[in-house]
Design a protein around this ligand. Structure first.
Ligand code: FAD
Length: 316
């Protein structure tokens, strides 16, 4: 698929944001620094950083947020979860995050950590996302650093959260998050535009007015596709699954094409912006944006294959 060229400097036509997660090894951290520079150069509205269950990535998440703050001009957004933490511990993490000049949060309850289930006391007794929104608002009001502009985002489930029994229960809960102070919603992954569009329409009818950013991920492998299907709570599209199988299990192009088609339908249907789960890679998500007509304002050069010998004069 080709797109018409847009002159450099033309304002971006698509609004978008990215999600990344902290690296688990030093090598992955180096690769992530490189990817993040490319992601930042694309001009997202923010880059959000995930938070491991029970605070397992607390330091690594904060380090990555600080890197974004210090070495890019992108707004960093901190995911924060409450499972396995006391209110005082959560309060301390919020304060520490504000101290690092990170003012935007994605307020989440979090999934049960490995070995625990929804009904277990440690999970059921955790602060909910609504409690967390209130707590962040309180800590922010006490902080001398936080500007008035920091936003609180929340999770949205177009295909329903496993704990809710109906769509209307999900929507009521989302409206409660809005009433507590949420300023935007970011959706769980899904495969079909109608899942988002019909949810958004019903939520508007129930009084929701905050923007809902559809979350999407250009999958590269069959393994990723199955993981997305699990999160979406719906089977993966057969055509995409078959295509990946035929390609030996890996095909970046198929995932990009599916995401581009989905994004076009969502934007045409009124989605305000798109939120791209990057899987810590920049190639696929920037390919999606290019296909949607976005021009990266200041593209970075690809890495050179070999170090440049500075002692030799450059060829004319
Ligand atoms: P809550 O909003 O507290 O509640 C979950 C659901 O429970 C509600 O949707 C509702 O159906 C039901 N519910 C709870 N209380 C009530 C009530 N009083 N009345 C009615 N219904 C109720 N997890 C991580 O561990 N780290 C991450 O970084 C992370 N990032 C995420 C990013 C996005 C965009 C999304 C969509 C999810 C993310 N998650 C992450 C997963 C999330 O933590 C889980 O889905 C978790 O199970 C629910 O979190 P929540 O904030 O939606 O919970």
């Amino acid at each position: 698929m080709s797109i018409e060229l847009i002159a450099p400097g033309t304002p971006a036509s698509v609004r978008f944001s990215f999600e990344v997660f902290p690296a688990r090894t030093s090598a992955a951290a180096l690769a992530l620094g490189y990817a993040v520079q490319h992601l930042a150069a694309a001009g997202p509205e923010f880059i959000s950083v995930t938070y491991g269950a029970s605070g397992s990535t607390r330091d690594a998440s904060l380090d990555l947020l600080k890197y974004l703050r210090q070495y890019t001009d992108v707004v960093p957004m901190a995911h924060l979860t409450t499972v396995g933490m006391t209110p005082d511990e959560v309060r301390a993490v919020v304060a520490e995050t504000l101290e690092a000049d990170i003012f935007d949060f994605l307020a989440l309850r979090g999934d049960p950590p490995r070995g625990l289930r929804e009904g277990d006391a440690e999970v059921a007794g955790s602060l909910s996302s609504v409690d967390l929104i209130r707590l962040i608002t309180e800590v922010r009001a006490e902080s001398t650093r936080a500007p008035a502009g920091g936003r609180i985002a929340v999770a949205v489930y177009p295909n329903g959260h496993p704990l809710s029994r109906s769509r209307s229960e999900d929507i009521d809960w989302l409206v409660a998050k809005q009433e507590a102070g949420a300023k935007l919603g970011i959706t769980q992954l899904f495969f079909h535009a109608d899942e988002y569009l019909s949810f958004a329409e019903e939520a508007r009818e129930a009084g929701l007015h905050i923007p809902l950013l559809p979350g999407m991920m250009p999958v590269t492998t069959l393994g990723q596709l199955r993981k997305v299907a699990e999160l979406a709570g719906r089977p993966a599209p057969r055509e995409l699954e078959r295509g990946l199988e035929a390609a030996g299990g890996t095909s970046p192009d198929l995932g990009v094409a599916h995401t581009v088609e989905l994004a076009r339908k969502l934007l045409a249907g009124g989605a305000p912006s798109i939120h791209l789960y990057t899987f810590n890679r920049h190639e696929q998500v920037t390919a999606v944006l290019r296909e949607l007509g976005h021009v990266t304002p200041h593209p970075l050069a690809p890495p050179t294959a070999a170090p440049v010998d500075q002692s030799r004069p450059a060829k004319a």
